[in-house]
Design a protein. Structure first.
Lengths: 158, 779
């Protein structure tokens, strides 16, 4: 087996989050975790979709390897965004991680039904939040293989 | 008068020739004699003595016959003069050698039919040499013409009188026959012809025995021994019953009235004969009927007494004997007063005023209650039914007398019972109305008067619709379809809600309980009517409250959602960034800044806990939770796992006994144990916390759980308070907490249908106890 160490450069992550406080907090948490990534941010569902489809000002946007999606968003909420991504043949292979404050069972069930990759809630304590982002980073940004980008070893593309 | 007249005629007819004349006669030639004979002004006729055939006659005789002589010659006297009654008998007498002179006869002759004629006749036997009668000579003188001339006036009177009597005779409704002393019928009327089926001619001269075979003759003989005067004095025959015999031989019952009638022919007997077959049949029928009714009378279950207008007992049955203790003959003829001392007479008088028909149409006596008196003087209650009975003796009264002592006793008992039940009825807190099958109110209590605003009298006999306009009648009809047994078995009416209407027209809500009540008047329905205005209002208010509560609950849920997301979001920002601030700039901004930042961090944290607990609390009562059998021990273990940090930190010793299966929502049960054990650890003394959890069966269904600790304990005045929301007993710097934990416990327990309480003494620990439905204890 090839080494799992990353050889592919920074992963492109799209954060869909309307709260600037959370955006900054997330950025701070990734920094705190010494993660290497290209973090792109859209503040609502509509903009997220246009980013993913490279529409308008997002013409040159990269195809993200991972999406961090909040559920409660203005204009088009996270559930709808998730549904559209998973119905789109070009986008449905992108893993979507739900990152929200909702602990509602209906939201959890709905998200997995729409084939979210995992469901995470934002802890209220800073320390816990930092710990969450750190684990997220050490897993998704270092261990996971992505389609079109491969894993740490380019030759291992399937 | 007539007698005189006839004597005159006789004198003219003295034809006895003297001896000198006989000599002269013998000298006359036969021709001369024959001429004299032929032309004589009287009728001569000569008959043979054997068959009474006419041998010779003169012109006068032939004229009398009104027929040519050759037509009658050699004919018998019967053939020539059939209408002359008794003439043959005369001939017979003369044929024996007798001589009859001046015999007065009358009758019709065939030559002049319909005309009655009268003659005087001499019959003389003519002997041969041996002295036997060879021929009979008759000399006849018709006297009618003469009578008309001489005694026209008298005869007319006689005829008139006779016609009158004959008219009377013929007009009589009965058969009338007149019989002479030898028993021969001499006269009869048309009724007699009809009754006996003979024509008049066939009967005249016949023996009455042919018509009335027996009894009449004896009667005649008996009467014959009496003198005419004797016979005339008392009205003969006050009606004797005999048997008549018709011409065809059939017999029929007759009644005869005899009366004597003096005439020239001696005393005759007039018999008035009445056909009594119809009456006989009626009598027979009556006798049969009477027998039948007597049978009925005796078979009647009641004492039956028939009383005449004078109040005398004329008939009674065996029941009457038994009931009154008399023998039949002791009672017959007695005054009815002796057995029914009072009331009966008055009744009789009252009924006597009415005609029988009136009384019958009015159905006399539908039962009147009186007292009967036995022979021994004892009295007993009776019920009498009177009915009029028309009879030959006038209108009688039939009294059916029933001994009602048993019924009376039952009634007395009933009245007693009724009084008792009436007491109960009046004491009832509800309005009670008893209604018959037609929906009429027959009984009610004072509560009913009050509730509906009527006086008792105003409601009795009224339709129940007046106070319960709808629903009640339908109910009764529905119940009416069921048998009493069904209705009783099914316990009619388990409470139906209707509207009652007061006298003033106002309506109010009522609840009715119906139950059937068997009575002499049929099945009645007892309705217990409760005014449920207050209850209705309370229920309405309650519904309103529930509505309000639901609304506020909804608002709380809304609030919970807001708290969970929209409130938590900014709070998380405050909390996160103050913590970030503290982390990055601690010791760089001066000691004041460090202190301020720490207060901000602490406040934000507490607020987050508060909001989180409130969210838990509000969610306990909302949402649909399924209660299922869960292991309470499992739930406790889960709670202990969740509390493992606190337990190990405090060094608490937690023990539990076998805990049962509980019917619960598992998450909430875990929460409950967690809060209680958590509190036991939190509010500890300096000693090591010792905590025990146990359960005992309280009822078949319920268990009582206890969580006992050796902690601080609680003062009794706080026992209630601690279960309230945001209630804290300690300062924040002593024990952190939101004051929601026990409120959540209370809510969980109550939501499971149980109760929660605390027993404690300050400094001696506490026992929190809650009940919950459960099954068998786990093994």
């Amino acid at each position: 087996m090839m080494s799992n160490e990353r050889k592919r450069g920074p992963v492109d992550v799209l954060l869909v989050e309307d709260s600037p406080g959370d955006v900054r907090l997330t950025q701070e948490a990734f920094r705190n975790a010494h993660a290497s990534l290209n973090l792109h941010v859209t503040s609502d569902g509509v903009e997220a979709m246009s980013f993913l489809r490279r529409e308008g000002e997002h013409e040159h946007a990269p195809r993200p390897n991972l999406i961090l999606l909040d559920l409660n968003l203005p204009r088009m909420d996270g559930r709808e965004v998730l549904a559209q991504i998973k119905q789109d043949a070009a986008l449905k292979t992108i893993p979507v991680v739900i990152l929200t404050t909702s602990e509602a069972e209906t939201d959890i069930r709905k998200s997995y039904q729409l084939q979210a990759s995992c469901y995470l809630t934002k802890p209220s304590q800073l320390e816990e939040f930092e710990h969450l982002v750190s684990s997220l980073s050490s897993f998704w940004l270092t261990k996971v293989w992505f389609t079109g980008r491969g894993g740490p070893d380019e030759s291992q593309l399937d | 008068m007539e007698e005189i007249m006839i004597s005159d005629v006789k004198s003219q007819l003295q034809l006895q020739p003297s001896d000198e004349h006989r000599e002269k006669l013998s000298r006359l030639s036969l021709v001369q004699l024959e001429l004299a004979y032929r032309k004589a002004p009287v009728g001569f006729a000569l008959f043979d003595s054997k068959e009474f055939r006419l041998l010779s006659m003169n012109d006068n005789w032939a004229e009398m016959m009104d027929v040519p002589s050759h037509q009658v010659l050699n004919k018998t006297i019967e053939e020539i003069a059939p209408g002359l009654a008794g003439i043959v008998e005369m001939f017979e007498i003369v044929a024996q050698g007798g001589k009859i002179e001046n015999q007065f006869i009358k009758g019709e002759l065939p030559g002049r039919p319909g005309v009655e004629r009268h003659w005087l006749v001499n019959y003389t036997p003519m002997f041969d040499k041996e002295g036997t009668v060879e021929a009979i000579s008759t000399v006849s003188l018709e006297i009618s013409a003469e009578k008309q001339l001489v005694a026209m006036g008298i005869r007319a009177h006689v005829a008139q009188t006779e016609a009158k009597y004959r008219g009377l005779l013929e007009a009589a409704p009965d058969a009338m026959i007149v019989v002479n002393q030898s028993g021969e019928i001499v006269l009869l009327n048309v009724q007699a012809e009809k009754q006996f089926g003979y024509s008049r001619d066939e009967l005249v001269g016949q023996q009455v025995k042919n018509l009335i075979p027996e009894g009449f003759a004896e009667r005649l003989i008996a009467d014959g021994t009496r003198t005419a005067a004797e016979a005339l004095a008392p009205q003969m025959g006050t009606g004797i019953e005999l048997s008549g015999c018709r011409k065809d031989g059939s017999k029929f019952p007759i009644e005869i009235m005899l009366s004597p009638l003096e005439s020239d022919e001696g005393i005759l007997v007039t018999a008035a004969i009445r056909d009594i077959s119809v009456r006989k049949r009626a009598e027979q029928h009556l006798a049969q009927t009477e027998a039948k009714y007597r049978g009925l009378l005796e078979a009647a279950p009641d004492a039956m007494v028939v009383v005449n207008k004078g109040g005398d007992i004329v008939l009674l049955n065996v029941q009457a004997e038994v009931q009154f203790g008399y023998r039949r003959d002791e009672l017959l003829g007695q005054q009815v007063k002796n057995i029914i001392p009072e009331g009966f007479a008055e009744r009789l008088i009252a009924d006597g005023i009415r005609s029988a028909t009136e009384a019958l149409t009015q159905q006399i006596g539908t039962g009147i209650e009186l007292y009967g008196q036995r022979k021994d003087g004892t009295e007993f209650p009776i019920e009498i039914m009177l009915s009029p009975l028309e009879s030959v003796e006038g209108i009688l009264t039939t009294a059916a007398i029933r001994n009602i002592s048993v019924r009376k006793a039952a009634e007395a008992h009933l009245i007693q019972m009724e009084a008792r039940y009436r007491g109960l009825l009046e004491a009832a807190p509800d309005a009670m109305v008893v209604v018959d099958k037609d929906g009429q109110i027959v009984l009610l209590n004072v509560q009913a008067e009050k509730q509906f605003g009527y006086l008792r009298d105003e409601l009795i006999g009224q339709q129940v619709q007046r106070i319960i306009p709808e629903g009640f009648a339908e109910r009764i009809i529905a119940d009416g379809l069921r048998s009493v047994e069904d209705a009783l078995a099914q316990e009619i009416g388990t409470g139906i809600e209707l509207l009652g209407q007061r006298k003033d027209g106002s309506e109010f809500p009522i609840e009715i309980m119906l139950s059937p009540l068997e009575s002499i008047k049929g099945v009645l329905v007892t309705a217990a009517i409760r005014d449920i205005t207050t209850r209705k209002k309370a229920a309405e208010t309650l519904l309103q409250k529930v509505d309000e509560l639901n609304r506020s609950n909804g608002e709380l849920e809304q609030f919970a959602y807001i708290a969970s997301h929209d409130l938590q979001e900014p709070l998380r920002m405050v909390s996160s960034y103050t913590q970030l601030l503290a982390k990055r700039y601690k010791g760089k901004l001066g000691s004041d800044a460090d202190e301020f930042i720490s207060f901000a961090v602490d406040g934000a944290s507490r607020m987050q806990r508060l909001i989180r607990d409130l969210l838990v609390y509000s969610r306990v009562g909302t949402g649909v939770y399924e209660f299922r059998s869960v292991s309470s021990e499992g739930a406790l273990q889960q709670a202990l796992t969740n509390l493992s940090g606190a337990i190990s930190e405090s060094g608490a010793i937690v023990s539990y006994e076998h805990l049962p299966v509980a019917l619960a929502n598992e998450m909430q049960l875990v929460q409950l144990f967690q809060n209680l054990v958590g509190n036991a650890i939190k509010y500890r003394t300096s000693a090591i916390p010792i905590i025990n959890i146990s359960a005992v069966r309280e009822t078949d269904l319920h268990w009582k759980f206890s969580v006992q600790d050796n902690g601080l304990g609680i003062e009794p005045q706080h026992f209630e308070r601690i279960f309230g929301l945001f209630q804290r007993l300690h300062k924040r710097d002593e024990f952190s907490g939101t004051g929601i934990g026990l409120a959540i416990c209370k809510k969980i327990v109550e939501r499971h249908g149980g109760t929660i309480s605390v027993r404690s003494r300050l400094g001696e620990g506490s026992i929190f106890q809650f009940t919950m439905e459960g099954g068998d204890s786990q093994t």
